[in-house]
Design a protein around this ligand. Structure first.
Ligand code: NAP
Ligand code: MG
Length: 403
């Protein structure tokens, strides 16, 4: 069989621990037999980040900007324990944070649905994609503890030097205050990323905030979304047969629970943090959650939503058998290859991505699965396999589909 040819390289960002092991196996077992794989490789493993003083992360983000599509393995975000474990000279920043800052992106997370793994909300027959704004609000706040008898005010010094003040509260007893901000440009980018993703995936876009209570702050989000939609997307949405819909966050929550899924739910930073964990858990497993970072100028970075699965890695190092779920990482590859195929006009590459995803789902629905799914699957003929056996089983199905 002739291997599928690529035009533009994918930016390949390798990572850490168990997902690094899976990364290599996916390439060896699933990709290289079928594709003349063209990638520009960046090793974001913690050792290499330390060796290059994290330059490799910045270089990989620059490469993503240059080529437009990247696929990323899960990476360790160092904490104090990792500083000891890897003998780090610095507690390097989260690579995801660095890449997100460079690309100015919005993160979209969607579950992969399979028969036998039933969502806790039985009406959710289609995936719900959460789009989380990744800038500002409570994640960039200023807080103070306030002593009784104090007066707290918001003070803004304008470019011309004049000062605008607004009373927060006259404190009789002790209390607390918090200052938040966001930026029109960041909200605009967020809105565009959501509308583009809606067009890309042919799904409605919902956006929710609390504008009835926050009449300036949240209202600004609502107004910017509406402006961007009216000026730039309305006609495109009509053509695609999809809708944009705004509602209050509490109303949105109630509607989401009653819905069948099949839309993108754009959330402010905090709402997105909370709701993405709720939605992910309700669909069954973090290992079945895809994640893609989309920048306003159309750069795509695909990854799995879970981490490096450290506990499994230490078993693997001791030579024990592991049963780690590779589905989200496989879908990161299929997502990136499909996007590369779309951009470069390579139908056989897009077709490979579709077949790979089908092979993965067929494998699980035929009863072959890793331990995490084995615990929750309702299939009667289910069988638990190890990390490598699962990938080999996927490849058996893929081989059939590729013939
Ligand atoms: P994790 O790697 O997501 O794993 C947490 C637990 O979830 C695992 O111990 C495992 O449970 C289960 N799990 C997650 N993915 C699984 C999979 N593919 N197959 C089977 N089970 C899976 O989170 P963590 O252990 O908290 O973090 C480990 C490292 O990942 C940290 O250094 C963190 O910084 C990093 N991290 C990276 C990213 C990223 O790069 N995007 C995201 C999150 C965390 P059992 O042990 O019960 O089997
Ligand atoms: Mg969270």
């Amino acid at each position: 069989m002739q291997k599928i040819q690529m035009k533009t390289p994918l930016v390949e960002m390798d990572g850490d621990e168990m997902t690094r092991v899976i990364w290599q196996q996916i390439k060896d077992i699933i990709l290289l037999p079928y594709i003349d794989l063209k990638t520009e490789y960046y090793d974001l493993g913690l050792k290499e980040r330390e060796r290059t003083k994290d330059q490799v992360t910045h270089d990989s983000a620059a490469a993503a900007k240059k080529y437009g599509v990247a696929v990323k393995c899960a990476t360790i975000t160092p904490n104090a324990a990792r500083v000891d474990e890897y003998n780090l000279t610095q507690m390097w920043k989260s690579p995801n944070g660095t890449i997100r800052a460079a690309l100015d992106g919005t993160v979209f997370r969607a579950p992969i649905l399979v028969k036998g793994v039933t969502p806790y909300i039985p009406t959710w027959t289609k995936p719900i994609t959460i789009a989380r704004h990744a800038y500002g609000d409570v994640y960039k706040n200023t807080e103070m503890v306030v002593e009784g008898g104090s007066k707290a005010e918001l003070v803004v010094t304008k470019p011309d030097g004049t000062v605008e003040k607004s009373l927060i509260h006259e404190f009789k007893g002790d209390g607390i205050i918090q200052g938040l901000h966001n930026l029109d440009d960041s909200i605009k980018s967020f809105a565009r990323a959501c509308f583009n993703f809606g067009l890309d995936t042919k799904q409605d876009v919902w956006f929710s905030s609390k504008d009835t209570i926050s009449k300036k702050y949240d209202h600004r989000f609502k107004d910017i979304f509406s402006e961007v939609f009216e000026n730039e997307y309305k006609e495109k949405f009509e053509k695609a047969g999809i809708e944009y819909f705004y509602t209050l966050i509490d109303d949105a929550v109630a509607r989401v629970i009653r819905s069948n899924g099949g839309y993108i739910w754009a959330c402010k930073n905090y709402d997105g943090d909370v709701m993405s964990d709720m939605v992910a858990t309700a669909y069954g497993s973090l290992a079945m959650m895809t994640s893609v970072l989309v920048s306003p100028d159309g750069i795509y970075e695909y990854e799995a939503a879970h981490g490096t699965v450290q506990r499994h890695y230490y078993k693997y190092l001791k030579g024990e058998e592991t049963s780690t779920n590779s589905v989200a990482t496989l879908f990161a590859w299929s997502g990136a290859l499909r996007k590369r195929g779309e951009l470069d006009g390579l139908d056989d590459l897009k077709d490979f991505a579709d077949k790979l995803e089908k092979a993965v789902i067929d494998t699980i629905e035929s009863g072959i699965m890793t331990g995490d799914l084995y615990l929750i699957s309702t299939l009667e003929n289910k069988k638990k396999v190890n990390t490598t056996e699962f990938l080999e089983a996927v490849n058996e199905n893929l081989k059939q589909l590729m013939q």
